[in-house]
Ligand binder design. Structure first.
Ligand code: HEM
Length: 484
């Protein structure tokens, strides 16, 4: 029933939009347009991936470095020029993040994420980032290892049968994140139907809905209230975790999770430089950590397993490195993480080919920006298209080929303006180390025990097909137990 109501409302609103098409600013007249209709069509057919967006607009993205589209009657630009990208990273005052309230006011999305370290600017961002930096300094790697071992137990039960790895990796990383962020075991690996997991997943599905982003459906009180009621359930869980954590800190207990470290950093009276976050700001940051850390690493791991299944030589070489460096250890020590050079090259090349954040959160142009023959007017929202930059034949030799050796030089990734999987400048990813540790631990455990194979009838034969930006369609792989 809900589905039909949505469809009818979408149709009516689309017609209205069609006739109220916003005027194209003069400076963007010659910029190629991705129509709202094509985006809605892709959303309905589950093919709203960056792979499709890039392939269908490749000549404009590679040559012009710019395309435009509209959301809720406003023009936005997608940029795939690495020089402009660098400028945007280095001048956050001229290109500040667009606040959720500015383009999606009074929606479930702005309600849930509020103002957090990803969606803030200036002094507010500095205050949030300083507290977060302190918390991310010492990562509870033992919690990742513990969850990795549980993953292996689950895989053992489904030995030799095809496993859908996108879902399995989401179960793994949600459990890791719950423990690392606020000491909650979602137990998604053990029981994916439990109430924590279903509440979390239901909210994410709602928040990711492209139709609700493009069309102002939540101006209709029925939809708005329904969506906000859903996110409030999860917000209550986060509030309870914060309250519990205040109490456990007061009682002198310690677990080393990020929430605890953030609250301690806020309470640190000796260090006046560390300003506080309110409980509401803490909750908005927990919400953003969960989505920033869970989906991204899960999708990276799923494409990694896939890429190893189609490149058997690389898989074998990575396994040999793991066995050589780890010996009898199942997971790497802090020192051994650094020695896994080939594994790190594979991880970087996978993040190039399949960036889990293919399109960065919107920035805003604060003064008219002259770019080639165009002028992006002040006030326009812009997003960097990392996928386009990382696939451009102008920037990479044989960009569609999986070649880990591109990253042979260790400093290649950090010094390369065309590899932007973790962003750049001062807004660079806060959880990159955590994610890399998770990826290495999972690969060490899996490759030691299994050979990974792609079933011959897979839809992903030549490349990963996406269903959303950075989200692959389900990928089935066979894990064949190796002789010990
Ligand atoms: C493969 C995994 C990951 C990828 C590809 C990734 C990618 C990114 C990118 C591209 C940005 C820059 C966004 C921008 O400039 O607008 C970013 C920022 C951020 N990431 Fe990640 N991320 C990953 C994992 C994580 C994890 C595990 C966490 C933590 C739980 C995390 C937390 C954050 C935060 C808090 C920011 C905002 C930093 C700021 O604006 O100061 N990420 N990430």
């Amino acid at each position: 029933m809900d589905f039909w109501i949505i469809l009818i409302v979408v149709f009516v609103l689309f017609i209205i939009y069609y006739f109220l098409n916003p005027k194209v600013p003069n400076g963007l007249k010659d910029v190629h347009t991705v129509t709202t209709l094509s985006t809605l069509k892709a959303a309905v057919t589950n093919s709203l991936g960056s792979d499709r967006l890039y392939l269908t607009n490749q000549s404009y993205l590679d040559n012009d470095g710019l395309i435009k589209f509209q959301i809720r009657g406003k023009w936005f630009c997608l940029i795939s020029d690495p020089v402009l990208a660098k400028d945007i990273f280095l001048r956050p005052d001229v290109f500040p993040k667009l606040q959720l309230d500015e383009y999606l006011p009074d929606t479930a999305l702005s309600h849930h994420y509020g103002v957090n370290v990803v969606h803030s600017n200036g002094d507010v961002w500095k205050r949030q980032r300083r507290i977060c930096n302190l918390a991310f300094k010492v990562l509870p790697v033992n919690l990742v290892v513990e969850t990795g071992l549980k993953l292996m137990d689950i895989m053992e039960e489904i030995d030799n049968k095809p496993i859908e790895v996108v879902d399995l990796m989401h179960r793994f990383t949600l459990d890791v994140l719950g423990k690392v962020v606020f000491d909650l075991d979602f137990n998604n690996l053990g029981d994916p139907t439990n109430v924590y997991v279903t509440t979390y997943n239901e909210v994410q599905e709602e928040l990711k809905s492209v139709i609700f982003t493009i069309l102002p459906l939540d101006r209709i009180p029925y939809f708005k209230n329904k969506r906000i009621r859903k996110v409030e359930k999860l917000e209550k869980l986060f509030d309870d975790m914060i309250e519990k954590k205040h109490k456990s800190i007061a009682a002198g207990r310690s677990n080393g999770d990020l929430l605890e470290l953030m609250i301690k950093a806020c309470n640190d009276q000796d260090n006046q430089e560390n300003p506080s976050l309110t409980d509401l700001e803490l909750r908005h940051n927990l919400a953003i950590f969960m989505i920033a850390g869970h989906d991204t690493t899960a999708n990276a791991l799923a494409t990694l397993l896939y890429i190893l299944s189609v490149h058997k030589d690389v898989q074998q070489k990575a396994r040999e490195e793991i066995l050589r460096i780890l010996g009898d250890n199942l997971t790497p020590s802090a020192e051994q993480h650094k020695l896994l050079k080939y594994l790190n090259m594979i991880i970087h090349e996978n993040l190039r080919l399949y960036p889990p954040v293919p399109m960065l959160p919107f920035r805003k142009v604060t003064e008219d920006l002259k770019y080639k023959n165009h002028v992006i007017p002040a006030g326009t929202g812009i997003a960097l298209f990392i996928y386009g930059i990382q696939h451009s034949p102008k920037l990479w030799e044989n960009p569609e080929k999986f070649v880990p050796e591109r990253f042979e030089n260790e400093h290649f990734a950090s010094g390369n303006d065309s590899w932007l999987a973790f962003g750049g400048g001062s807004r660079m990813c806060l959880g990159n180390n955590l994610s890399l540790i998770e990826q290495r631990i999972a690969l060490c455990l899996i490759l030691r025990k299994y050979e990974i194979l792609l079933p011959p009838n897979s839809i992903h034969k030549d490349r990963v097909r996406e269903k959303g930006h950075g989200t692959p369609q389900p990928i089935e792989l066979v894990f064949k137990r190796r002789a010990e």
